[in-house]
Design a protein around this ligand. Sequence first.
Ligand code: 8ID
Ligand code: ZN
Length: 353
Amino acid sequence: MAAPQIPSVQWAQVIEKSGGPTEYKQIPVQKPGPDEVLINVKYSGVCHTDLHAMMGDWPLDTKLPLIGGHEGAGIVVAKGELVQDIEIGDYAGIKWLNASCLSCSYCQTSDEPLCAKALLSGYTVDGSFQQYAIAKALHVARIPKECDLEAISPILCAGITVYKGLKESGARAGQWVAIVGAGGGLGSIAIQYAKAMGLHTIAIDGGDEKRDLCKKLGASAFVDFTTSKNLVAEVKAASPDGLGPNAVLLVAVSEKPFQQATQYVRSRGTVVCIGLPANANISAPVFDTVIRMINIKGSYVGNRSDSAEAIEFYRRGLINVPFKTIGLSELQSAYDLMKKGAIAGRIVVDTSR
Ligand code: 8ID
Ligand code: ZN
């Protein structure tokens, strides 16, 4: 096929200083290095992590100036001379994990997210809120040609992360999982993966719009944290025998639910921490944790195999991503809504406008 025309300048959203704002402007298009591909990003989901990055919420510095974004779905338009197993014209995805060393003890045992030399898209390297983005070829997600680039973009972080989190929870088909923050980007997609994995879900979030969305996506029960008089009792009561869910997936962006989850998880159950609220701590009573044999663990994105598996669930039609599309130029408005917790599902940006 004829080599695609690559412009010398492009539109991007650039953050100049921690705290934002993000600014829509024209910048040069970069050339890929020997082990890299250049992807013409068509669509990119907006993850709450992008807002954390802009606001400097975490004890880890971002690069500056920074182009955010790590749910970028697009087409490979150029590649370095060492790149062998991905071709120009292929669909590919920019994930949070842009690169890892592939030789440390973590990489050797498929724990690539734990690699100390990992590069993070939209955080330590520029991400997908631009029309042409660079990624290490060995880590880009392979997207089958039959997939819709707009709808699949949120799978590249939200999908992979919740799929991995559900696997880490150890919950088996037929068991119950509480999803905390279920009406947001990760949560709404988690309901779908849980259902596809044969799990029942208790969705926890606030407001009627999110209640309706969670129910539509297949949640067995919904508990509204903004109106519940006794959330712990309500969540337990929503499980069939009243003893609580077998696992809890915490994808909320506030500290309180991280303290509550160990109170309603079933004995021998697992609490999986995924959300990353700023300056938050998790604590639990030692006595209950011991005598009820509760597991508390973290789960961080996924490796290349988790990524391919999560994409395959989507390709098989098992995941219905609830999203609304806006122009890349309107990205700041998505952050404004996100700060208020006012997004049901995911916002996706279209890089052509
Ligand atoms: O690998 C990872 N661990 C990983 C990967 C991707 C994202 C972690 N994250 C983190 C993000 O950085 C963020 O901290 O997961 C968190 C959720 O990301 P998101 O789904 O993109 O955020 P959102 O769309 O804003 O959804 C958050 C939801 O939490 C609800 C809000 O109403 C919103 O729907 N929520 C809040 I804030 N407090 C709640 C509470 N007390 C709550 N829901 C239930 N109870
Ligand atoms: Zn993300």
